[in-house]
Design a protein around this ligand. Sequence first.
Ligand code: ARG
Length: 466
Amino acid sequence: MADSTDTKSSNQMWGGRFASGPDAIMEEINASIGFDKKLFAQDIRGSIAHATMLAHQGIISADDKDKIVAGLNTILSEIESGNFEFSRKLEDIHMNVEARLATLIGPAAGRLHTARSRNDQVALDFRLWVKEELQKTEQLLTSLIAAFLDRAEEHAETVMPGFTHLQTAQPVTFGHHCMAYVEMFGRDRSRVRHAIEHLDESPIGAAALAGTGYPIDRHMTAKALGFREPTRNSIDTVSDRDFAIEFLSIAAIAGMHLSRLAEEIVIWSTPQFGFVRLSDAFSTGSSIMPQKKNPDAAELVRAKTGRINGSLVALLTIMKGLPLAYSKDMQEDKEQVFDAAESLELAISAMTGMVRDMTINTARMKAAAGSGYSTATDLADWLVREAGLPFRDAHHVTGRAVALAESKSCDLAELPLADLQAINAAITDKVYDVLTVEASVASRKSFGGTAPSEVRKQIAYWRARN
Ligand code: ARG
């Protein structure tokens, strides 16, 4: 089990003040290697950039730098190929890598930690990780948006009921409904892009909290690691986790959007609605009821959102009482972010699949669109436009027409002209042109409205914007 790194404890690395190693409970509560090993690639990248800068500045020799870089690259391939024994005695990823480096290259390894602390090191590793995760999220959101744009194009003319209070309100197009999600996920993507800009500052060189007396070049390490510039305040640098909280906030908002979509898919795929049929890939059968097709993936997306919210609240709570600068509480930031990132990636990917694969039952949508007197507003608008009634009077006349249709158990379009004229003499047979759901949606040409012509404009806008 144990390899050479295991025999060395981090206790030795703190120095001689502690006579014996931490007891088992201390080791258990203190160690983060179980989860922060995920940061190995970022840790090694950061150390290579740091060592290269130290040599460039004449703080360590070129020879030591070469040994350090070669050793770090060996460690990288050991970890990548699964040939690295992580040790809990060595606490975290930083000490695990450094201890292994000492075994590989000897005393030169001890020079790597010059002008650096684990405080700026972990801030760097975690920031790099979150930045990469944000970039991944941006791509996943772009795929989801693309899936919605394709469905919107395909269904620009498909009529469905639009709801308020989950009661049939006015007919809309399914394409327009899809484009609502494009707007939501488009905002999420903007937030992601903004967060990348926001965190794009390099923490390394802040050292423990006060900076360092060595003549380091923080602009050089920032550039080497792909950051725009170094952070400006060393105290803030080691005590800041805003970038992680921003990631979690974005994840929570995107999760909320995904969960609303999931909820709609759950409702739409019931036999009662029957608007969509999920592909077998994203649903399951029941072990006892053979007729069932359950929207499990959508339900799990809805549930993952709860986990993500939990992570956001957890990290806000962890941070809220901490005095500047670093406190060990901050070690608890990572699992929250890792868990939320995994949930978010899965939720976006599953939704992209569901949106692409689901079959749209256009006949059911259209039938439902016409029920519930959904074109009542169109009748009122016709009375305003064609008969010159004030909207309030038109609203009243329409209310009477709806009541009459209700008493006859028929749709507005099925009322005989004589009945309508008995309510208001100005009504002519031209009114039937606006009582169909197709005419209703086609008339809503206001900017951002549901008319197929408007929906196509919005699709073109988003396609160009990507
Ligand atoms: N494992 C630690 C963390 O995740 C690294 C920083 C430790 N710094 C310290 N001063 N003990 O936060």
